[in-house]
Design a protein around this ligand. Sequence first.
Ligand SMILES: Nc1nc2c(c(=O)[nH]1)N(C=O)[C@@H](CNc1ccc(C(=O)N[C@@H](CCC(=O)O)C(=O)O)cc1)CN2
Length: 441
Amino acid sequence: MSERDTICALASGQPPAAICILRLSGDKVWKVAGALLECGLPEPRHATLTKFRDEDSTLIDEGLALFMPGPHSYTGEDTLELYLHGGPAVIKHSLETLTAQPGVRLAEPGEFTRRAFEAGKLDLTEAEGVADIIEAETEAQKAQALRQLTGGLTETYDRWRAELTGVLALIEVMVDFPDEGDTPEDTVRPILDKLDLIITELEDALGDRGIGEKIRDGFRVAIVGPPNAGKSSLLNRIARREAAIVTDIAGTTRDVVEVRLVLGGQVVWLADTAGLRETADIVEAEGVRRAERAAREADLRIHVIDGANPEPPAGPVEQQDIVVFNKADQRSAALAPDSALPVSAATGEGVEKLESWIGSFISQRAASVEAPVITRARHREKLSAGLASLAQARQLLEDDMGAELAAEDVRMALRQLGAVIGTVGVEDILGAVFSQFCIGK
Ligand SMILES: Nc1nc2c(c(=O)[nH]1)N(C=O)[C@@H](CNc1ccc(C(=O)N[C@@H](CCC(=O)O)C(=O)O)cc1)CN2
């Protein structure tokens, strides 16, 4: 398998579909078009209606062909797109025919975009934006992916890198031309001031409560409370399916059961958890530990009070949390604490209101950071490592412990920021990012 093979793939979705798009990129495109398209190589950038035949001249389909010569194409290479009827037989016959051509093979996941990246058409965050927009289910995910795809992150990381390069130059001047007349305060202070501005910006970016990652991967909401309060029934009611097992036996739920929902325009993972109680059963005890962890890590907790046996919530109730009084169909809600929302998982009473409370909390939380510059764990790791290096550089300068060492730390920070946008090409990072793409992208 040569890297510079011409690659082809189905770029459109699951057949059958009205139309499918087959995509071909590489230097064999003109040969393939000459051999298989009745029109030969189509006029660049003109959709051309033509017959498409296999090597025995058997008709595969009639469709539109679009030729985009490199370097002015998505991948930067010669590209051919075929718009055919989207039936399984057409697709199979087409791909078999294309891959039977010398030097043509099926594309790996993300390989078209990887070539675009290698041709300098996109940086790594923009390429991630491409993958994210394809996966986007909510408008918020789409908007975030689109911003990223059009250089929204690139701009910020480039600016930080430019500012750090300036700082590095000042430190290097200090190393190379130490001015005996100047006090350290005169030379170091302006550098520290510049460094502090960048450090503050990185800290702000990292202090975003993970909003960008949560818009992309989902917010976490945990249903917590004592055994038999109806937590699993509530989850099932909100999920509108029997996701969690419900019985009368206290301690039925042992693991965390999560369902994926869209509430308040955001992806939300709603977790049902084991009832919190002291138990000698080691499996249940592990369940309780997991419940406590899910509660701690959640953006929002729904504390369920058992209407049949009302007790104040056992775990810590944070300001944003919601307390519900369940079994309100059987028990007078007058027993409920003032702030609790009466609900009935059994009849559905109050559940719509609960959903809208969750939705409005989550949508406000999502809007609390305007334009997150971290949308994946990968970005966060590199940015924190970069910040740590800068903090170290700052300390060295402040303590007059060696400008050379400080310069090395700033270089390290530059590499970390470069790794986010992919200017520092690390093969395993690229492999990890592009392998998550779908085929044809
Ligand atoms: N048919 C089709 N639709 C598509 C794509 C595609 O590849 N094919 N895209 C693929 O993701 C997206 C659009 N993104 C694209 C980005 C760049 C280029 C491109 O050819 N760029 C050239 C030429 C620019 C120009 O003509 O102005 C370049 O950058 O040099 C094409 C599509 C969504 N729609």
